[in-house]
Design a protein around this ligand. Sequence first.
Ligand code: NAD
Length: 468
Amino acid sequence: MPMAGTIIDGMAMLGERSLEVLNPATGGLAGTIAVADAAAVEAAVASAKAAFLAWSQTTDAERCAAVLACADLLDHHAEELARILTAEQGKPLNGMGSRFELGGAAAWTRHTAGLKLPVEFVQDDADAHIAIHRKPLGVVASITPWNWPLMIAIWHVMPAIRTGNTVVLKPSPYTPLSTLRMVELLQNALPPGVLNVVAGSDEIGPLLTSHPDVAKICFTGSCNTGRRVMASAAPTLKRLTLELGGNDAGIVLADADPKAIAEGLFWGAFVNNGQTCAALKRLFVHDAIYEAVCDELVAYAATIKTGAGTDEDSLLGPIQNRMQFDKVTRLVDEAAAAGARILNGGAPSGGDGLFYPVTLVANAMPGMSLVDEEQFGPALPIIRYSDIDTAIDQANAVDVGLGGSIWSSDIPRARDLAMRLECGTAWVNKHGGIRPDTPFGGVKASGFGVEFGQHGLEEFVSLHVIHD
Ligand code: NAD
């Protein structure tokens, strides 16, 4: 019996067509869903539109309580959801894997419950009274990728409903199972229609992004799909938050301590097997310590086990899907053919699962596809430089700009250099850390709009100014 691919008005519904969801660790089946079709998308948007009438009129305290109840449900069912996530996504239960993702989802939900958008007064005296109110937008469509499917859904859904909007969520066809179960559980905390889900193939995305009754789209995914989403939303002038791809550079200065930074560099790059938007994807290392940094990274990598996510000692799992697996294989092969030095790994592990070992690639250079394209997998190109201005120019010479980092023992200098990186977030002596109280978003082709905290909440409301 397939799992329902649609939850509308609080009720699970079976579609006629089914979709098989594969377990990337085994190549076997993680589950089957009866997918949503065009009629289901229509019904989901209609349900969200109808629910908006009452939900947008609830008090701030009522919505805060509902979001807190969602956080409790996520905590209560964390292990169940983590196991579904590992089966379909591949990431390990342990380390920065599924349990970590569920912990993050609950933490973000709880933080969002506590955020407020009070009425602001520009002037409030005998001469004038000017008040700025925030109003919810209406139906929000949330479209999510397969790398951090639950956390990213929470990043879209919770600020939307916290501010009085209603939602239709569309998960990636690679990882719909955990999202469907999560939405089913969250129905216990929300009135019917406030959070609906339609799971199916990519084809249902455009039905949502062009729908006249959708007011805003939160899209997290690739740059190319982001462009399609923006074009599709243009005729109805929808609000957009686009969190797209990245090709983050990390720059290690000559004064950094290779041993001290190896662990941070490794996890900056290989968190979730490199399948993370703001992972470190191009590592620039000063000539003076280049070999030492390579040696320390290889030594650290040797201590990390890649294996089935259900093994408690695995810290990295398989690549999530065949397309991504083939891409990583191609990029590493092309780098080797172009003269790069493969320090470890370098070829698929073999077997039924989509396992590819951690691969560090020395003597990489801009112009190699592994450097110029977003690899989104467990292969890190390491580029040698001797002039910092050239390194900064090369770091900025891509069309995307999500994150970046500078690694140095001279913090003031590192901060100054971080300011020169063209990206939404730059870190010093770390890479990729995010927090629910700090805005996160991209520049250039990495998208626009931010998520998290007060700035992120503002993206779900319009200003309504009253002069009297
Ligand atoms: P993708 O663009 O292939 O798919 C993302 C979602 O869009 C899926 O749900 C898919 O079904 C849907 N979709 C596909 N075609 C559509 C269309 N025409 N209209 C509407 N929706 C459509 O991306 P992916 O491969 O799932 O995710 C990986 C990418 O996401 C990487 O580039 C990564 O960097 C990026 N990403 C960015 C962030 C961020 O915060 N900036 C976070 C995570 C992932």
